[in-house]
Design a protein around this ligand. Structure first.
Ligand SMILES: [Mn+2]
Length: 370
């Protein structure tokens, strides 16, 4: 066994926990966590040991997609609750999309009051290291964004032919996921692009003085892309500034929701494929904020928005892109199952989870095919 693997495994054993356990609770959601354990392991007890043992099978896993849950919504702020995404989306995937299989690495151990270690003083870091690792001088990070980046860096250094499928969490989580991915691919000499579905641009420089949050993560990954227009955004409709502003200020490429609805997904996809080919892009990362979908399909999220895409719009674009380019990294963000705003009929969180699982399953299968 290589040193790289040992370092990675030790990091996972310290910084992660079994799938679905990322939200630290004593009694809340006990039954839901137990139900997922039954689905994953066929038993409720001894799951920590089974999960640890499973890590040794990662290198031999037939699946290229490796699921990582990050139950953090500390980077959100309008309406929180995306911390429950990893538990609920996994259960929905197993029940409704059983053909979408991945290796499940587990969940990041999240201290819900923390975002990134750079915002903490030494005393807090040490205290949290004591809480998480039983060692006030631990070598490991304590905040969800910092842990995620560290684990992903180590993952890509160890497994060059596998990719992470991240489940959030609020969208700030995509900062460490994409940063680690983009840096690893750059080192491999691969040209990449980020396909970003969202109702919002996520292109603030900072929000209330915080540079890494759900509204600003895109701004801070541009430097790791071959060029800013390799960030291609779909479904934008809730923005204080027009498309022209974002494209000329940041150099990104946008396809707003009304353009996709008016011109049709195939026409937009054809344009994007031509752009990606002209730029000699080798591989794609897909970051999916569930609020890209219209609130009719995705109301259980922090900022539901009307006039959005149907799931079919999104899938038509993704299918067309996946036919031309390998998707080697992806994430599904901002599903907040407990923020159910429906008054009658089927619960909005059921609908949101169902549509989120459909798109997640497509992404997982696409990653496995590469
Ligand atoms: Mn977003």
């Amino acid at each position: 066994m290589s040193t790289q693997w040992q370092t990675f495994k030790s990091k996972v054993e310290h910084c992660l926990c079994p799938p679905g356990d990322g939200v630290f609770t004593v009694n809340t959601a006990k039954e839901r966590k137990a139900a997922l354990r039954m689905k994953l392991y066929g038993q409720e007890d001894n799951v920590d040991t089974l999960w640890r043992e499973s890590l040794d099978t990662l290198s031999k896993s037939e699946h290229k997609a490796v699921t990582l849950g990050i139950s953090s919504d500390c980077g959100g702020g309008i309406l929180r609750g995306a911390n429950w995404g990893p538990l609920f989306l996994r259960s929905t995937l197993i029940d409704q999309q059983p053909q979408a299989k991945s290796f499940d690495l587990g969940d990041v151990r999240v201290i819900p009051h923390l975002l990134h270690d750079k915002y903490l003083n030494d005393a807090t870091i040490s205290n949290c290291q004591k809480a998480l690792y039983d060692n006030p001088n631990s070598e490991y990070y304590v905040s969800p964004l910092s842990i995620t980046e560290d684990v992903c860096n180590s993952f890509y250094a160890t497994f060059k032919d596998k990719g992470i499928f991240g489940i959030g969490g609020d969208h700030s989580i995509s900062y460490p996921l994409t940063k680690a991915y983009l840096k690893a691919k750059r080192e491999q000499g691969k040209r990449t692009a980020i396909i970003h579905f969202d109702a919002h641009t996520d292109l603030l420089v900072e929000r209330l003085g915080i540079d890494l949050c759900f509204g600003s993560w895109c701004t801070h990954i541009l430097e790791f892309l071959p060029a800013p227009h390799h960030l291609i955004q779909f479904g934008i409709r809730s923005s204080g500034k027009p498309k022209q502003h974002w494209e000329s200020t940041f150099g990104v490429k946008q396809h707003w929701a009304h353009e996709i609805i008016e011109r049709g997904a195939p026409a937009i996809a054809a344009e994007v494929i031509a752009q990606l080919k002209a730029d000699n892009v080798d591989e794609l990362y897909v970051s999916f904020d569930i609020d890209a979908l219209d609130e009719e399909f995705a109301s259980a999220t922090g900022t539901p928005e009307g006039n959005g895409l149907t799931p079919q719009h999104a899938l038509d674009i993704l299918v067309a892109l996946a036919d031309e380019f390998p998707i080697t990294g992806a994430d599904m963000m901002e599903i907040a199952p407990f923020t159910d705003s429906s008054l009658v009929g089927q619960s909005s969180s059921d609908t949101t989870l169902r549509e989120g699982a459909k798109i997640s399953a497509f992404l997982i299968n696409a990653m496995n095919r590469t």
